[in-house]
Design a protein around this ligand. Structure first.
Ligand code: FE2
Ligand code: FE2
Length: 296
């Protein structure tokens, strides 16, 4: 049964005292996922709009996550605490694995006839990020990473919090999204905590969330549309309306994250204000079951 999006949420007025819980460990795991041709074209709830929205996001991940790693790596020597150093290593390892597995997934999209489009989307992501490397200072890059990690963390929460949402993902793609969402939750505070150490200006990280959201929304919107157009779905108003409702309607995948999204604009924000570590344990067990079933 779906748990209410707000039930596990506690907000402390003393954000500075909040940290990654001790029972949350940040360890990279190579999944070596294979995406079979049996996985349907519309792997999310048989829905073209939501599937392509997530496909577009996946196409931004390999380069996006390399940007996150670079922006954290250039400041890691500022951290003396061995536990925090270990968490930073875990973060870098996890993001590197996400890049690899999403690249495999993006190649699976090629096999469905989208090779030209995926190439274009990956090239666009690379160009946008090149602009960020050139135009932003290293502090701004880290602020952007802290902000975008907030976005990925709350999207991950939306996937993990509701059993029905996870069940909407075809088994052929479920392990990827489940595993990625779990690890985004585990390491959600690493870039934020580092940003607090090296800069900490609230206005800068808030601005980066707005800028990052605008860019990601434009990128995802454009490429979702291009996917739909290639399939001829852009002329199917009912398909479009149903998909948009699943994203932006009442309890839609995007609508659901809005309250948590806005918390980033609080000066006392910390990612673990949203204490959702119970979801990690729950879905890790499910992921182990998938592994065991595959090994059998
Ligand atoms: Fe990631
Ligand atoms: Fe991440």
């Amino acid at each position: 049964m779906a748990t209410s999006a707000r039930t596990l949420r506690t907000v402390s007025p003393v954000a500075a005292a909040i940290a990654t819980p001790d029972h949350v460990s940040i360890k990279p795991q190579r999944m070596n996922l294979q995406f079979s041709s049996d996985t349907p074209r519309y792997w999310f709830d048989n829905d073209p709009v939501v599937t392509h929205f997530l496909n577009a996001m996946s196409l931004s991940f390999p380069d996006g996550e390399r940007f996150f790693v670079d922006s954290v790596r250039q400041f890691r020597d500022r951290v003396e605490d061995p536990k925090r150093q270990k968490d930073i290593s875990g973060f870098i390892g996890q993001e590197a694995m996400h890049s690899l597995e999403h690249t495999s997934f993006n190649r699976f999209l090629d096999t469905k006839g989208y090779a030209k489009l995926t190439k274009q989307a990956e090239k666009t992501a690379r160009l946008l990020l090149k602009g960020a490397y050139i135009r932003f200072t290293t502090h701004e890059q880290l602020a952007a990473t802290a902000a975008l990690e907030h976005l990925t963390a709350i999207l991950a929460d939306a996937l993990l919090r509701d059993d029905k949402t996870m069940a909407s993902i075809h088994p052929g793609a479920r392990a990827l999204w489940m595993w990625h969402a779990i690890e985004e939750t585990e390491h959600k505070a690493v870039a934020f905590d580092l940003y607090q150490d090296v800069d900490g200006r609230h206005a800068q990280r808030k601005f980066m969330l707005i800028a990052g959201t605008v860019f990601l929304a434009a990128y995802t919107g454009v490429f979702t549309w291009k996917f739909l157009k290639q399939d001829g779905m852009h002329k199917r108003p009912l398909v479009l309306a149903r998909g948009l409702w699943k994203l932006f309607g009442r309890d839609g995948l995007v609508t659901r994250i809005v309250p948590d999204y806005l918390d980033f604009f609080r000066d006392d924000f910390h990612p673990w204000m949203h204490e959702n570590s119970a979801l990690i344990a729950k879905w890790r067990r499910q992921l182990d079951d998938i592994h065991e079933a595959q090994a059998a």
